[in-house]
Design a protein around this ligand. Structure first.
Ligand SMILES: [Zn+2]
Length: 680
């Protein structure tokens, strides 16, 4: 399992949203290192603060209030913050690389990009490129054929009734195994179907209208009735789906069974035909949500075949909307971009082209990107920072009052086993098997999906791909992978405001130091801690350790449950638990590492700010972000990360923050010492 630093921009959107206008100074490039930090005089944007807000009322606003007020969200964005500012820089650089390549007929990335940009060719072809695929759906006559085509759809990147992929077996991490999960919904989560609030009801109405519109655009008859029937079917599926909270439980979702046992438990769906269509004959597999799979199979068995076919049809058009004529793409965006995420406008074509290249040929572009934009000094500095954070974590573990000596010894073993990956992979993906054809955008997209799928499925029976990366170097994010016992930091996040070689170390420790700590702490969060030093799902604590840990995490969960960004819409403490533990542990360990880096000397005071003040400001700065309402509402349901302001305000649990800012008791985020949560 992979745990990110930040959630995807918009679940359910075909393309991840990217950035529009720069309103931050351009960051330092490899070619021209500046002596001054990018932000402010010491790495923090003092001008973006709002000194009228008391730190003890809302530290996030205190640190970022003026920036938040003065920074509009670009029309093609669902949210805008420190991550997106860097994302825009990445996008601009990637565009330059692609512009340089696009006139070279021998450059795969160049041809793919030039083909993407040729919107006239896409319009001229109309629906012709997708017609053969739609005809295959049209030809389905029975459940067996439906199951087989659903497998083929998965290979083409179209979401069918279930989802599956090949990954490490949690209880045998040296072995790859097929894993499958619930699926079948067109909206981002079961809550969208079942939540009775007015907001959700309005989205449902808009969704049915959208389905009808798409069927009409495709020239299908009886669009209204068919849209309603599909919605009714998906609503029944939503009822058997597991919640997000249950779906992130590593124990509950580990259910190994033979294909025969799965078929017996879920007789309504032909799993052999489903997997067989893509050449898979699994003997055993992991099923994340068995009761949901059983329930879905039963619903499929009794559904009219037309409804099942419409589901595949509409999911296919959604997945490929961006490679089809503008009337289809715009209609898709109007619902998934605007209604669900609040984004008024689609991105310009070149931005979507950059995203397409990142998704289809990411490491081929990444190779060029790191050679140009990732200085070796940054990698060296990161190596050192990671070492410092790891040793700080070791010292913190020794000092934990709630953990047994036995578990501490195992925790040290786990720390010693960590693989940090920094910047870019040692071994790049080989794309020679992917055919990119000039002028064939739809075909390129489908072949890229199939190529990726085959690459993943091809892992079965092979030794673990330890060199592999789950992100491109251009991404502004980071992740922890439990099975690999690794923490991964793409090149593009190693820039200001996260990391600035010219900034004060306190700000860097509050930024990238806490990001390193966050990913590290994921391996000790409520799920990650279930995995041992070999990456195996295997309890290595005593039962008393587990009980003590649960008491602490319950306190943290209650803190987040209380946050209510919109009346009646709360943050879910249990759903965001892993991320909140990551932030809490990450910030604690980064602060210790910062203190250790001072080598016994007092930190200097800069611009009237102490070292600890600058550390916490550096943390708050990376979280500054404005959201559109629809986007934030969607995140409350689908994003395991709490909204940015609450992530910044986690400082309220730190005694050192109280010492640094001296907030008066009674402030909105003030906590009595007994209510401050300390876990790692
Ligand atoms: Zn995380």
């Amino acid at each position: 399992m992979k745990f990110l630093l930040m959630g995807a921009a918009a679940t359910g959107l075909a393309l991840a949203a990217t950035v529009a206008h720069a309103d931050q100074p351009a960051t330092t490039t490899a070619a021209a290192p500046a002596a001054k930090p990018t932000y402010g005089t010491y790495g923090f944007d003092t001008a973006g603060m709002d000194a009228s807000v008391k730190p003890g009322d809302d530290f996030y606003e205190y640190a970022n209030g003026t920036w938040l007020k003065n920074t509009p969200i670009p029309a093609d964005k669902s949210n805008y913050g420190a991550f997106t500012v860097l994302d825009e820089l990445s996008q601009k650089r990637t565009r330059e690389i692609l512009d340089g390549a696009k006139t070279d007929p021998n450059s795969k990335i160049g041809v793919a990009y030039a083909t993407y940009l040729d919107s006239a060719a896409v319009e001229a072809k109309g629906l012709a490129p997708i017609k053969p695929w739609l005809a295959e759906i049209g030809a389905v006559k029975d459940l067996k054929a439906y199951a087989a085509l659903s497998g083929k759809a998965a290979r083409a990147g179209v979401r069918g009734p279930f989802r599956f992929y090949v990954g490490q077996d949690d209880k045998d991490p040296e072995t790859y195994i097929l894993s499958m999960m619930q699926g079948g919904l067109g909206l981002p989560d079961r809550d969208y179907y079942l939540d009775q609030s007015e907001k959700m009801a309005a989205i449902r109405t808009a969704y049915v209208a959208h389905l009808e519109q798409m069927l009409t655009l495709l020239g299908e008859p009886n669009a209204k009735a068919r849209a309603a029937a599909l919605m009714a079917f998906e609503t029944e599926i939503a009822k058997v789906h597991w919640t997000q909270v249950d779906s992130r439980d590593a124990d509950k979702t580990y259910n190994k069974m033979t294909l025969a046992a799965l078929q017996k438990a879920a007789p309504g769906f032909d799993f052999a035909a489903y997997f067989g269509a893509v050449g898979l004959k699994p003997t055993d597999l992991l099923v994340a949500q068995p009761s949901a799979v059983t329930g879905e199979a039963a619903l499929i068995a009794k559904a009219p075949i037309g409804v099942l076919k419409d589901s595949l049809l509409l999911r296919s058009v959604h997945s490929y909307a961006d490679y089809l004529p503008d009337n289809i793409a715009s209609a898709d965006f109007a619902f998934f971009g605007t209604t669900l995420s609040g984004t008024p406008e689609r991105e310009e074509r070149w931005k979507r082209g950059v995203t397409f290249l990142k998704e289809s040929l990411g490491e081929e572009v990444g190779k060029v990107y790191v050679a140009k934009y990732f200085p070796p000094e940054t990698k060296a500095a990161m190596d050192q920072l990671v070492k410092n954070v790891l040793s700080a974590m070791g010292r913190r573990i020794d000092g934990l009052p709630w953990m047994s000596d036995e578990a501490k010894a195992r925790a040290h073993k786990k720390l010693a086993a960590f693989t940090p990956k920094i910047g870019y992979p040692d071994r790049w993906r080989d794309y020679s098997g992917l055919t990119i054809t000039s002028g064939d955008l739809f075909g390129n997209a489908m072949r890229a999906n199939q190529f990726d799928f085959d690459y993943n499925i091809g892992k079965l029976g092979k030794p673990i791909y330890r060199w592999e990366w789950g992100m491109t170097p251009m991404e502004i994010n980071a992740y922890a992978n439990f099975g690999m016992v690794e923490i991964v930091f793409p090149a593009a996040i190693l820039q200001p405001p996260f990391f600035d070689p010219n900034a004060d170390p306190a700000v860097n420790y509050g930024g990238i130091g806490a990001v390193i700590g966050h990913e590290l702490s994921h391996h000790f969060d409520d799920q990650g801690a279930k995995y041992d030093e070999t990456g195996k799902l295997n309890q290595w604590w005593t039962d008393q350790d587990v009980a003590n840990f649960k008491a602490l995490t319950a306190k943290l969960g209650a803190q987040y449950d209380a946050y209510e960004p919109f009346p009646g819409a709360h943050v879910k403490g249990a759903f965001t638990m892993g991320e909140n533990i990551g932030d809490l542990g990450g910030l604690a360990v980064a602060l210790d590492a910062y203190h250790a880096s001072l080598g016994g000397k007092a930190a200097p005071v800069i611009d009237g700010m102490t070292g600890d003040q600058r550390f916490f400001l550096g943390w708050a700065q990376v979280w500054r972000r404005n959201y559109r309402e629809a986007n934030l509402r969607q995140r409350l349901v689908t994003d395991p990360h709490a909204p940015s302001q609450y992530r910044a305000d986690i400082v309220r649990n730190f005694d050192a923050w109280y010492d640094a800012f001296k907030p008066a008791p009674g402030g909105k985020i003030y906590l009595d010492p007994k209510d401050r949560v300390k876990i790692w």
